[in-house]
Design a protein around this ligand. Structure first.
Ligand code: NAP
Length: 247
């Protein structure tokens, strides 16, 4: 029987590509989105046309920071596709601002989505994984959660929290045979970086040993690996596909 994966923030960017890769690998895929319904629907149609299985994919709207919306989403996924075997906590938002200009509301919103969103989704899927004594949770952090970025203090702090949560939870859930790992991408070509000018991108490439910025597929491939049996002996790890930008 196909395994079920829930991917948060899968309407665009890294999450959308991750949904394509999982679907191509034969998983049942739940595409979570918040605002981009058209893109989520487009992705759903693309996936069912190449898998030929309209029962193996659903889209579900939920703001991951809202516990009740997350609870409804997890129930809907469970009813349609079966309980989640894999959770990819990918939804995230960023901000580029001087630390002194960040408002308390902006700080709270970034932490609500990037950190509490993972808390919400993970707590809601865990009862089934614990009962089954099996499951894989993959959290998406960032290189900035490892080394910090100027003008991105709030984002960097939230992504560092994701790494801490991954490590602590890996220890707590190891005895239940649930692996919790983290992917900390470098700069990836998605909407999140549309604010960067071509000159900024060129400078980033020059500072990257491999001389390129990442594609969503580069990151999705690592997430797919962590969800597979090939990663059964890995937990609490932070893997950073970043072209060598951070070594
Ligand atoms: P993106 O293109 O901006 O897409 C963000 C996704 O998150 C969208 O699907 C969006 O859904 C969803 N989302 C935002 N807030 C949400 C919420 N409250 N509830 C549910 N979904 C929500 O970003 P991306 O570059 O693919 O980033 C994906 C993850 O990778 C993020 O965690 C990001 O921090 C991390 N990351 C990105 C980079 C990079 O360079 N791009 C580098 C390192 C780490 P809607 O559009 O439907 O609202």
């Amino acid at each position: 029987m196909s395994r079920t994966v829930i991917i948060t923030g899968a309407s665009r960017g890294i999450g959308a590509q991750t949904a394509r890769e999982f679907a191509a690998a034969g998983y049942n895929v739940a595409i979570n989105y918040m605002n981009s319904q058209d893109k989520a629907l487009e992705l759903y149609n693309e996936i069912i046309s190449f898998t030929g299985n309209k029962y193996g994919c659903i889209i579900c709207r939920a703001d991951v920071s809202d516990r009740l919306q997350v609870r409804d989403m997890i129930k809907k996924v469970s009813d349609y596709l079966g309980p989640a075997d894999i959770l990819v906590n990918n939804a995230g938002i960023s901000q580029y601002k001087l630390f002194t200009d960040i408002s308390p509301e902006e700080w709270d919103r970034i932490f609500s989505v990037n950190v509490k969103g993972i808390f919400n989704c993970t707590q809601e899927v865990l009862p089934y994984m614990i009962r089954k004594r099996s499951g894989k949770i993959i959290n998406v952090s960032s290189i900035w959660g490892i080394c910090g970025a100027s003008m991105e203090t709030c984002y960097s702090s939230s992504k560092a929290a994701v790494i801490g949560m991954t490590k602590a939870l890996a220890k707590e859930l190891g005895p239940s045979n649930i692996q919790v790992n983290c992917v900390a991408p470098g700069v990836v070509d998605t909407d999140m970086n549309r604010n960067l000018s071509p000159e900024d991108i060129e400078l980033l490439k020059q500072d990257t040993p491999l001389g390129v910025i990442g594609s969503p597929k580069n990151i999705a491939d690592v997430i797919l690996f962590l969800a597979s049996e090939k990663a059964d002996f890995m937990t609490g790890q932070v893997i950073s596909p970043n072209g060598g930008f951070v070594i």
